[in-house]
Write a protein that binds this ligand. Structure first.
Ligand SMILES: C[S@@+](CC[C@H](N)C(=O)[O-])C[C@H]1O[C@@H](n2cnc3c(N)ncnc32)[C@H](O)[C@@H]1O
Ligand SMILES: [Zn+2]
Length: 299
């Protein structure tokens, strides 16, 4: 297994963990099993059951290597501004990796990557990223990560922190894990347009059983495709915004489910996000074309 396994530390007492058969063990007594190649630091998937369903149903839909395009690589560049020069040879934390699509791109650009997720998306990510030396996947909570302070050169968290109970608090939990001189880049939902409209629906749609709601999403995308360009379709899209990106119907179904099923759905202004970075003493702030994508450096 990857040497990256040596970087895990006890979430309770911050000592390095030792490999002990199919587990990582701390001298304080805490034990973290490695199940199907994935170290587990949480007993279950907590409040992110919808994502466990989502990423195991759409395990490869957004993977560049499976799609044969650069959808995810382009998104990474647009939302973080990071280039190969920023990543080659660097140790990167992908916080909330989902199916592992950004980890795949980051590793492809020469980074060593640790990807964590609270949900059972880790099963899909592990399958996608395989048993390679430059990537390891772990099931863990961003609010209580199993790493020592100042471990990572780069931390990336795209489309994740607004799905936690407290976006700012979970951002602040990541900053101490950066090395001095390290870079953190996040993107969170903006407090505008479709995201605001969706916020009115979420308290209802996220109560539906995932399988039932998912089947409805499949049906809805099919029907809306047939009515593309009609007045009815544009009216519905205003009242109930849904994905009509150019990445294909499977991606639209995934995106629709993703948009309406999570337990938490925070929306934030660009100034708010920049404020979190400033308050965390991060410098050289960069904000992408999507203004709630912000990057900063630890002095
Ligand atoms: C919309 S998905 C984005 C996944 C990936 N970054 C991408 O863009 O493809 C959000 C992910 O954040 C994860 N997540 C939410 N809260 C988390 C937490 N406290 N700790 C770790 N992962 C979390 C979810 O399980 C889910 O897989
Ligand atoms: Zn310990």
């Amino acid at each position: 297994m990857s040497a990256l396994l040596d970087l895990f530390a006890c979430p309770a007492c911050q000592r390095r963990l030792e490999r002990d058969g199919d587990a990582l063990r701390c001298t304080c007594g805490s034990r973290h099993p490695i199940v199907r190649g994935v170290p587990r630091f949480v007993p279950d998937d907590g409040y992110v059951g919808s994502f466990s369903f989502e990423w195991n149903t759409h395990d490869t839909t957004q993977l560049d290597s499976k799609r044969g395009d650069s959808m995810t690589a382009d998104t990474l560049r647009a939302k973080t501004g990071l280039t190969e020069a920023d990543l080659r040879g660097k140790l990167v934390l992908d916080a909330g990796l989902g199916s592992g699509r950004f980890s795949e791109v980051l590793a492809g650009l020469g980074a060593r990557v640790i990807g964590v997720d609270l949900s059972l998306a880790v099963e899909a990510a592990r399958k996608n990223l395989g048993d390679r030396d430059d990537v390891i996947v772990a099931q863990a909570d961003i609010g209580r990560l199993p790493f020592l302070r100042e471990t990572f050169d780069v931390i990336v968290s795209i489309g994740v922190l607004h799905h936690t109970p407290d976006t700012r608090k979970h951002f602040e939990a990541l900053v101490p894990l950066l090395k001095p001189g390290g870079t953190i880049a996040i993107w969170v939902y903006p407090d505008e347009g479709d995201y605001q409209t969706r916020n009115h629906w979420i308290p209802w749609t996220n109560k539906l059983p995932p399988r039932l709601f998912y089947e409805w999403c499949r049906w809805f995308v099919r029907v809306m495709q047939k009515r593309r360009g009609s007045r009815l379709q544009s009216l519905i899209a205003r009242l109930f915004p849904y994905s009509r990106q150019s990445y294909g119907a499977e991606n639209d179904v995934l995106d629709l489910f993703d948009g309406y099923s999570p337990r938490y759905h925070g929306i934030h202004s660009p100034d708010q996000v920049l404020g979190w970075f400033r308050d965390a003493d991060l410098i050289d702030l960069w904000s992408g074309p999507a203004h709630t994508s912000v990057r900063g450096r630890k002095p």
